[in-house]
Design a protein around this ligand. Structure first.
Ligand code: ZN
Length: 241
């Protein structure tokens, strides 16, 4: 780790994890920009959630409003065409014969980091912040700490840069992610995460459950609901971010 960065680019999808990452970054860095990726998701609702969350942060947290800079949307539809998965095509959500969920998009997080780094280079931003997490989910191989560390090395070698790739949720359970939200922004942030972020793989807003909107039965909704219930059962603790 070099000296503390002053600027950050948050990979921001409008989901629960990247929303907490954005709050985490706004607490730490004087200047924060966001980047989202349109890779042909079936669900435009995700992209709408990004704008809602940014707007609510700006009104609910004046110190963050001063730090929150530009939003960028990058078109990765070409990548979506190469890497088909249940998120980008009409395909059932299931386990594949490799033992990976069909929602896994091979290379997606790697591509996101390359594009984010190229944007950060242009914008003069030093830290790349992402919600990758190796504890709860999936076994998505591109969310593992080893993968992220290798990408940081590759990006810095290949771009003659000194980026840090920060993944504040890497070792957290989904219950602990709620606890981090509470520590960062209290009940106000918890409520924004609960009601305005979008995680459901099926792109359903549906009714507002205790844990947020979503179909309630896809793997992402199940994980989110379990995390919420574990956090509530634990007495809604705060977790230092
Ligand atoms: Zn769902």
């Amino acid at each position: 780790m070099g000296p503390m960065s002053e600027t950050a680019l948050v990979l921001f999808s409008g989901g629960q994890d990247s929303t907490v990452c954005l709050a985490w970054a706004l607490e730490r860095y004087p200047r924060v920009e966001t980047v989202g990726f349109d890779y042909g998701q079936r669900h435009a609702v995700e992209l709408q959630a990004r704008q809602t969350v940014r707007a609510k942060f700006a009104t609910a947290f004046p110190p963050w409003a001063k730090r929150l800079g530009e939003d960028h949307m990058l078109d990765l539809k070409g990548f979506g065409q190469v890497a088909q998965s249940a998120l980008t095509a009409e395909r059932a959500i299931e386990m594949t014969d490799k033992g990976l969920p069909s929602t896994f998009v091979p290379g997606r997080n790697l591509a996101f980091l390359v594009y984010a780094a190229a944007l950060a280079d242009r914008r003069g931003l030093q830290a790349l912040v992402g919600g990758m997490c190796e504890t709860d989910f999936s076994g998505y191989p591109d969310c593992r700490r080893d993968t992220i560390e290798a990408m940081q090395t590759a990006l810095n070698l290949g771009m003659a840069q000194d980026f840090t790739v920060e993944t504040p949720l890497m070792q957290l359970t989904k219950a602990q992610t709620w606890a981090m939200a509470k520590a960062l922004g209290g009940a106000t942030l918890v409520e924004i995460v609960r009601t305005d972020t979008h995680t459901c793989y099926r792109g359903e807003r549906g009714e507002l459950h205790a844990w947020g909107h979503g179909c309630g039965t896809c793997p992402a909704c199940e994980l989110r609901a379990q995390g919420w219930e574990a956090w509530v059962a634990d007495g809604r603790p705060s977790l230092a971010a």
